[in-house]
Design a protein around this ligand. Structure first.
Ligand code: GRF
Length: 222
């Protein structure tokens, strides 16, 4: 997706980090998981350039600021979806953001936003999409009586929780599971999966072909 960059910081060409913008609305545990993965090198050659929240009270804002990440609140304030998104995009562009990660961002993006960052917006959803999109995916999985659910990281298109799937992880449902217990087990997997998927994107190992995400080098391990 992005051009390969020299790994050696002392090389003649300066190493350029992919600037990631993260959108949150709530507690921000996936945002922190991505920040950890950037810090410890699991997501190489990247930096979190900006964390944007549409809610001024989002707990994730405090966590982001506590670890030195730049934050910005862009509330909707009664505007249309696109007007709101235009302000967010202006903030992202100002920060030089190339890749947008939705992490518990609870608003649908306008077509304008999707087009502005086409195939450069990722989302994480706590189900095995296309099963159980939208609200209460854990409740949906329990009600459907499935043996397993899980989590999905995908590129964002104009549809609800739609777009080419980058990575998925399965989590079995256990006897006696509640929404809370299932949510907790899936969340643990989300934190790992999101970092793995972002690594695939920033290192340019994958490409989007129609609705599918394919390895550029089929011999790379999945
Ligand atoms: C996660 O379960 C994520 O998959 C979903 O919203 C939740 C956000 O949690 N989109 P957090 O704010 O990252 O802790």
């Amino acid at each position: 997706m992005f051009a390969a960059r020299p790994a050696n910081p002392n090389s003649v060409l300066h190493q350029v980090n992919t600037k990631i913008g993260i959108l949150i609305s709530g507690r921000g545990s996936n945002m922190l998981a991505l920040a950890d993965a950037v810090d410890d090198g699991r997501i190489p050659n990247a930096e979190i350039a900006l964390v944007v929240s549409d809610k001024s009270q989002a707990a994730g804002l405090k966590h982001a600021a506590a670890r030195g990440l730049k934050t910005q609140v862009v509330e909707r304030r009664g505007r249309s979806r696109e007007e709101h998104d235009r302000e967010i995009i202006a903030a992202l562009r100002e920060a030089g953001v190339e890749l947008v990660c939705l992490a518990g961002y609870m608003r649908l993006l306008s077509d304008y936003f999707v087009e502005a960052y086409r195939n450069r917006i990722l989302n994480i959803h706590p189900s095995l999409l296309p099963a159980f999109p939208g609200l209460e995916p854990h409740r949906q999985a329990l009600d459907a009586g499935v043996a397993a659910s899980g989590c999905t990281v995908h590129f964002v298109d104009e549809t609800l929780d739609g777009g080419p799937i980058i990575a998925q992880r399965t989590v079995p449902l256990l006897p006696g599971d509640t929404e809370e217990s299932l949510q907790a087990r899936i969340l643990e997997q989300e934190h790992q999966l999101y970092a793995e998927a972002v690594e695939l994107v920033v290192t340019g190992k994958i490409q989007v072909v129609g609705q599918r995400v394919l390895r550029k080098n089929p011999e790379d391990d999945y």
